[in-house]
Design a protein around this ligand. Structure first.
Ligand SMILES: *[C@@H]1O[C@H](CO)[C@@H](O)[C@H](O)[C@H]1NC(C)=O
Ligand SMILES: *[C@@H]1O[C@H](CO)[C@@H](O)[C@H](O)[C@H]1NC(C)=O
Ligand SMILES: *[C@@H]1O[C@H](CO)[C@@H](O)[C@H](O)[C@H]1NC(C)=O
Ligand SMILES: *[C@@H]1O[C@H](CO)[C@@H](O)[C@H](O)[C@H]1NC(C)=O
Length: 363
C-alpha cells in the first residue's frame, strides 16, 4: 500500500492546514475535518469484501438504494456513519470524496477524510466472529489505524501537523454485539460461556474496551463517540434461532447487551474525568422513540444467506424498506440508520446521548 503523492495532494495539504487553524477559532458549528470509524457489520463499508467469510455482502439486494450499488455495507442503503458525517461537510469543501473510504481500499490523500476500519463479525475479543470466517478484530483495527497515521505523517511531512489533524477528528466506536452473538451465545464454537458468567463477561469486555480506547488516545484521538449494544435479542434472526421466552425477544441476548451498556456508561464518565483534554460520549444505538409504526418482526429481504442471517443473493425484498426496522435478519434498514444517526447527533435525552449528543459533545 504505497501512497502516491500527486499534485492534487500537494495542493490539498496547505489548504487543509489553513482550514484546521481556522476551525480552531470559529467554533460556532462543529467543524470536524475527519471521521474514523471502528466497529463491526453495523459500520463496515466494504472491508470484508475480499475475505473468506460468510460475513460479507457485496452482492444484491444489498445496496439497492445506494448510489454505487452493493459496496459491502450491510444495508439496502446508507449506514449510520454515512448520515452522521453529512453535517461535517468541510470535507466536501476540500473536494474530498463524499464517503469515508474503507481501510481495504483507502489510498493517498482520501485518508485525510478519515478511514473506516470496521469489519463484519468482528468483536472486542480477537476470537469473536471466527465461526463465520476471517474478519478484522478490534485490536487489529487499531493496528491498522496506526498504519494510517504513519501514512498521514508521511503525506503531511511533520508530526505536529499530523497531531493537529488527529485531535480534531471524531473516533466512532460501535462494537460488542458479536462478542455475544458470535461468541458467548455460540457455545458450540466458543468456551467463553463456560468460563465466565454473563456479568463477569460484560466486565471483561468493557475493561478491554477501556484499554483499546486509551490506546487510541495515545495515538492522538481526543473526540470519542462510543455506542452501547442495542437489543440484539429482538432481531428477526435471533428470534428464529433461539425462539422467544418473552413476547417479542430473546431475553438472554438482551440481558447481555444491557449488562454491557450499563458498564460502558460509567466507563465513559470516568474517562471524561481522567483524560481531561479528551471528550467521550456514550450513545444509545436503539434509535429513540418514533419506531412504533415500523415493522419489527420480519426482515425486508429474504434471509438465508451468510450464516443464515443475511439476505439470499439476488433475492427479492419488501416493497418499501422505509416501513421496516430490519433490512436482513440482524441489520437495520437505511430508514432506521437515519433515525439512529439523527438521534446520536441531536438527542437531548441522557438515555440516548450522555453526557451530550455528538453535535454538542464534539465541538
Ligand atoms: C489480539 O490480537 C492482537 C493483534 O491484532 C495481538 O497483539 C494480541 O496479543 C491478541 N490478544 C490476545 C489475547 O490474543
Ligand atoms: C510543521 O508544519 C507546520 C505547518 O506547515 C509548520 O508551521 C511547522 O513549522 C512545521 N514544523 C516542523 C518541525 O517542520
Ligand atoms: C480513573 O482514575 C481513577 C483514579 O485514579 C482510577 O481509579 C480509575 O481506574 C480510572 N479510570 C479509568 C477508566 O481510567
Ligand atoms: C415508503 O414508506 C414511507 C414510510 O411509511 C413513506 O413515507 C413513503 O412514501 C413510502 N414510499 C413509497 C414509494 O411507497
Amino acid at each position: 500500500m504505497e501512497p502516491k503523492l500527486k499534485l492534487m495532494e500537494l495542493v490539498a495539504i496547505p489548504v487543509l492546514l489553513a482550514l484546521l487553524s481556522l476551525s480552531n477559532k470559529a467554533n460556532a458549528c462543529p467543524h470536524v475535518p475527519c471521521y474514523f470509524v471502528f466497529g463491526d457489520s453495523l459500520s463496515d463499508n466494504g472491508n470484508n469484501n475480499n475475505f473468506p467469510t460468510l460475513a460479507k455482502v457485496n452482492y444484491p439486494p444489498y445496496g439497492i438504494d445506494f448510489p454505487q450499488g452493493p459496496t459491502g455495507r450491510f444495508c439496502n442503503g446508507r449506514n449510520m456513519h454515512d448520515f452522521i458525517r453529512l453535517p461535517f461537510s468541510l470535507s466536501q469543501l476540500l473536494g474530498f470524496k463524499d464517503n469515508i473510504p474503507a481501510f481495504a481500499t483507502s489510498r493517498g490523500r482520501n485518508i485525510f477524510n478519515g478511514v473506516n476500519y470496521a469489519s463484519g463479525s468482528a468483536g472486542i475479543r480477537n476470537e469473536t466472529g471466527s465461526n463465520l470466517g476471517v474478519c478484522i478484530p478490534f485490536n487489529q483495527q487499531i493496528k491498522n489505524h496506526k498504519t494510517i497515521i504513519s501514512m498521514i505523517t508521511k503525506l503531511m511531512g511533520n508530526y505536529s501537523a499530523t497531531n493537529l489533524l488527529l485531535k480534531q477528528c471524531i473516533y466512532s466506536v460501535q462494537i460488542g454485539s458479536n462478542d455475544y452473538i458470535n461468541n458467548y451465545f455460540r457455545p458450540e464454537f466458543y468456551e467463553t460461556s463456560r468460563r465466565f458468567t454473563l456479568s463477569k463477561y460484560a466486565t471483561l469486555l468493557v475493561q478491554q474496551l477501556s484499554l483499546q480506547l486509551k490506546t487510541r488516545y495515545n495515538y492522538g484521538a481526543r473526540k470519542f463517540a462510543v455506542y452501547g449494544i442495542g437489543q440484539i435479542g429482538c432481531t428477526p434472526y435471533a428470534i428464529l434461532m433461539y425462539g422467544t421466552n418473552r413476547p417479542d425477544c430473546v431475553s438472554k441476548l438482551n440481558k447481555g447487551a444491557t449488562l454491557f451498556s450499563n458498564r460502558l456508561k460509567p466507563l465513559i464518565h470516568q474517562l471524561n474525568n481522567n483524560l481531561t483534554d479528551a471528550k467521550f460520549t456514550y450513545l444509545n444505538p436503539s434509535g429513540g422513540p418514533d419506531l412504533a409504526t415500523l415493522v419489527r418482526d420480519t426482515s425486508c429481504c429474504t434471509i438465508g444467506g451468510g450464516g443464515g442471517e443475511l439476505c439470499l443473493p439476488d433475492s427479492k425484498s419488501c416493497k418499501n424498506s422505509s416501513k421496516y426496522l430490519f433490512w436482513d435478519g440482524v441489520h437495520p434498514t437505511e430508514a432506521l440508520n437515519k433515525i439512529v444517526a439523527n438521534n446520536a447527533y441531536t438527542s437531548e435525552s441522557p438515555l440516548d446521548a450522555s453526557p451530550l449528543n455528538i453535535q454538542l459533545a464534539m465541538r
